[in-house]
Write a protein that binds this ligand. Sequence first.
Ligand code: SF4
Ligand code: SF4
Length: 575
Amino acid sequence: MPVRETFWNIPFEIQIGFYAASVIATLIFAWGVKLSFDLYAKGPKKRQGGNFATRFKTLWQDIFLQRRILKRPAGILHAAIFFTFVLLFIGTALATLDWDLAKPLGLRLLAGKTYLIYKVVLEIAGVTAIAAVGLSLVRRFGLMTKRDKKPGIFCLMVFLLFILISGFFLEALRVAALNPDWAYLTPVGLFIADTLLDGLSLDALSTLHVWTWLIHGVAGLVCVALIPFTFLEHVYKVPVSVFWRRLTAKGFLEIIPDMEEAEAFGLSKVSQMTDTQRIMVSACTGCARCTDVCPALAAGAPLDPRRLVEGLKNALASGEDTNLEAFVSREALKTCSTCGACYQACPARIDIPTLVVELRRHLALEEGDFDAGVRTAIEASTSVGNPFGMAPSTRFDWAKDLDVPFAREGDFYDILFWVGCQASLDTRARDIARAMVKILRAAGVNFAVMAEERCLEDFARRAGEEYVFVTAAEENIANLKKYRFRHLLTTCPHCFNTLKNEYPALGGDFSVVHHTTFIAQMIDSGRLKLKTGVPLGTIAIHDPCYLARYNDSTGSIRKALDAIDGTRRAEVTNR
Ligand code: SF4
Ligand code: SF4
């Protein structure tokens, strides 16, 4: 009966030495992992527990199913490496269990048919792993021109390839020496045996086998010990980052506690990095998926999200309470639009936009350093309530001939329409507000607008100016609470996100609905009747970042357009 002989041909003293080396490698690995967790724990504690079902589900989808990685075709190579190494790891663990636990008890796990299946599975895994690592090497260091070609990663990948190939050579030596019945199940080993080892004496094969076994085994153990200290660290750091990600609304910004009393704001030194931020930046693999999708970089801005995260990672790894400005350029920080494309693409779920805002908070609140355009807009909105600097008396000019009702205290409205600065004051956008009023009337909705409406200052908050945001939020929430309404309706994605996801933390808990959702619901319920025979032609949809990425809302606009007779919609790529 075929059976796995783990230490076939290996002298006893080498076996003992190997066990000792295994213990040492495992201890080095554990020590390295402990150092990582110690570094995380040095930061202010912000990690939130709970929601373990959601956390494990994401871990399963992102890591074990490689969902995010497989969003791009090149992810197939990573997924192949991941799955085959998982199989090879399970194979090694089974062999250890079989030899060290089952055999002393008089049992065998890897014997007979089970052993043959085991061999076939590992043969396929080994060949696939060699192909995937080899192709990744070609892609990373040959074909990709924009990618940093780090020598350390190159050496590591060649080292992995060496371990895999030496495993097959070892198998070939066993096949050549023993000529087992099952040799046909290991075609690679058989091929090497027939082509390279044919004609060698049994003694020569035996000696070569011992040396190859030793080299292969030691290389495997060195690889285990190296994991926490090399690029391989991502095998545990990425899952940790995915597992402990914030489960708040996407892009949610924490309120700064005791803002009046605080002396330091945001992020400017390593010691201010929270445990969650440390976990995130440590997990960066430098894969550049964020870089590939960054619209600011594509538009020529001096911002590369990968370099930003790597800068923070290097600062953290320096082991000193370094000033982060030495690692992250303030000019780069100012050009981020917080669109969230990088976060959506990142396999480690590193929340780059939120990190950017934390870094900007330091610049804004401690140094008063803003982009010139943002400074002008903040000055305008703090003095006249809108970033365009237009007189507050013109805010409702868009509604002059529409006889739009203003909310009155005591009355109840199905909808309080939050118009927003853009649709109120930008002449190109006023048509949106006017059209919304027509739709509300056509659907017979009891609605009003709020005369006290002013800027939400979300743009100021994203630029780091938290004080201006909180002051405006307190005023807006107090005004909104004066009125009775079922839903707060908004057409602006930024207003929608702020009112829905950010105001509850400041006591403004309203039912907020975006107009795309509201219109789709009105059509669905039959309250909004559409004219037939007036097709709009082909419509391309540009999903707003703060609606689609931040709030996962993409269906309503499509549903509403599909309901319009004769209208076709086109999906935009590269958005
Ligand atoms: S931040 Fe994420 S997407 Fe960007 S390089 Fe690091 S791991 Fe890759
Ligand atoms: S949030 Fe958008 S603009 Fe900012 S770094 Fe990420 S992709 Fe670039």
